[in-house]
Design a protein around this ligand. Structure first.
Ligand SMILES: NC(=O)c1ccc[n+]([C@@H]2O[C@H](COP(=O)([O-])OP(=O)(O)OC[C@H]3O[C@@H](n4cnc5c(N)ncnc54)[C@H](O)[C@@H]3O)[C@@H](O)[C@H]2O)c1
Ligand SMILES: [Fe+2]
Length: 391
């Protein structure tokens, strides 16, 4: 079987942004959101390009967890301006909006819900893509994935295609300097979840493993530091690199159950992506390790890189899950749905819907252990109470 490991060109380090001066082209559209715009980062991109004689436009109407309608608005702006480069400056929501709008800019008739890994999209006929993340984070600047929300049902759906891997990812630590404490913590948990899920996914491989191992050790070394001292630029930069590595890992393996649960808790209970997937992660480790010897072995191996040396794979996995919860407490992230502020009545009211959505989520098929609707219902109840999984 032939496999690919696809990554963008990655530019990193102090003043990474200056790499824009090497870009060959003459017309760029910056895609961003109003918060990031107000922080001034997109204007710095604009300035560099305009100083080099480019014509630049900006569209800043992305919203968190972007729905198809917003993507269509962005695509209209692209069509009107007709750029040869799209430059996304923002978190995962901005980068995913840019990626999805790029598809529609190149091929207006494509149905986003029908995008899949197997059918060619024939991109890069009109434009190419640079991603500059402002969260550390989703790693979307390194991935072939997009996560978009259906306007009618409110369901977030994830899909991927090789061609959606950005051409260039610019990791400039200046761009994550202003990330507030809670977002630093939550988006950092997204990094950990990508790295761990990429390491146990049924499509894991030697390349993705390498990225996962490094990303997991970096998260345990730098996340707490970056949350405790928001001015620690070294910690910020390391987390930005870890996010990118974890993105490379899961983009070339896959995410699994924690992401299915996270997407659906985002859709139904409106929890932030990193908070939701991070909350789910330790429970999925306990669940998978209990029945899948292979998964338990992978968790055991990964845990050894952060100092958990335990001969029994299931015990090692449970210790790993507890270590993750400990980190969550240290960075003040919730470890249960209840702690995340969802009242019990809202939780119960949304339970059927969240279970239905989870069964439909594409990442669930990548999980090393199967789960059905009844199992999911129980799973969600354990996550609500904060009870480690024992089934
Ligand atoms: N495509 C992928 O590979 C991939 C992977 C994981 C998650 N996602 C998706 O990405 C989205 C989440 O992205 P996210 O976690 O980066 O958050 P986000 O992009 O939704 O941003 C969250 C909030 O933070 C603000 N923000 C962004 N950068 C900031 C900064 N530097 N300073 C202050 N505020 C800032 C934004 O304006 C927004 O209000 C979800 O929709 C998730 O499903 C995509
Ligand atoms: Fe994620």
């Amino acid at each position: 079987m032939v496999w690919w490991f696809s990554v963008p060109k990655v530019v990193f380090g102090e003043d990474a942004l200056s790499d824009l001066e090497r870009l060959v082209g003459n017309k760029a559209m910056i895609i961003t959101d109003s918060v990031v715009h107000s922080l001034g980062y997109p204007d710095r991109v604009r300035e560099i390009l305009e100083n080099n004689g480019w014509s630049v436009d900006m569209w800043d109407d992305t919203i968190p967890d972007p729905p198809v309608s917003v993507v269509k608005d962005a695509a209209r702006a692209l069509t009107d301006f007709a750029p040869d480069w799209i430059i996304a400056v923002g978190g995962g929501s901005v980068m995913d909006t840019a990626k999805a709008a790029w598809i529609l800019y190149e091929h207006p008739d494509i149905d986003l819900a029908a995008v899949n890994p197997l059918q060619p999209l024939d991109l890069r006929q009109r434009a190419r893509l640079v991603c500059i993340p402002t969260t550390a984070g989703t790693g979307s600047e390194a991935t072939k994935a997009i996560v978009i929300k259906d306007d009618e049902t409110g369901r977030k759906f994830a899909t991927s295609n090789e061609e959606l891997t950005p051409d260039i990812a610019i990791l400039d630590p200046e761009f994550v300097k202003a990330l507030p404490k809670t977002l630093t913590a939550y988006t950092g948990l997204d990094v950990l979840t990508h790295a761990v899920e990429g390491y146990v996914s049924v499509w894991k491989n030697d390349f993705s493993d390498t990225c996962s191992i490094k990303a997991v050790t970096m998260v345990f070394q730098w996340l707490l530091k970056s949350v405790r001292d928001l001015d620690d630029l070294e910690a910020r930069e390391k987390m930005l690199v870890a996010a990118n590595l974890a993105g490379m890992s899961f983009s070339n393996s896959q995410v699994a159950l924690a992401h299915s649960l996270g997407h659906c808790m985002g859709s139904v209970y409106h929890l932030q992506h990193g908070l939701a997937v991070g909350l789910a992660l330790p429970y999925t480790i306990e669940y998978n390790a209990a029945e899948s010897k292979e998964a338990a072995g992978h968790y055991q191996e990964l845990a050894s890189f952060i100092g958990i040396h335990e001969d029994d794979p299931v015990k090692a996995s449970r210790e790993f899950a507890m270590k993750i919860r400990e980190l969550q407490r240290e960075i003040e992230a919730p470890t249960s749905i209840k702690d995340a502020g969802i009242p019990e009545t809202d939780f119960q009211d949304g339970l059927e819907k969240v279970v239905d959505f989870t069964m439909m989520d594409s990442s669930i098929t990548m999980n090393p252990r199967d789960i059905d609707s009844e199992g999911l219902k129980r799973f969600y109840q354990y996550m609500f109470e904060g009870k480690p999984i024992d089934f």
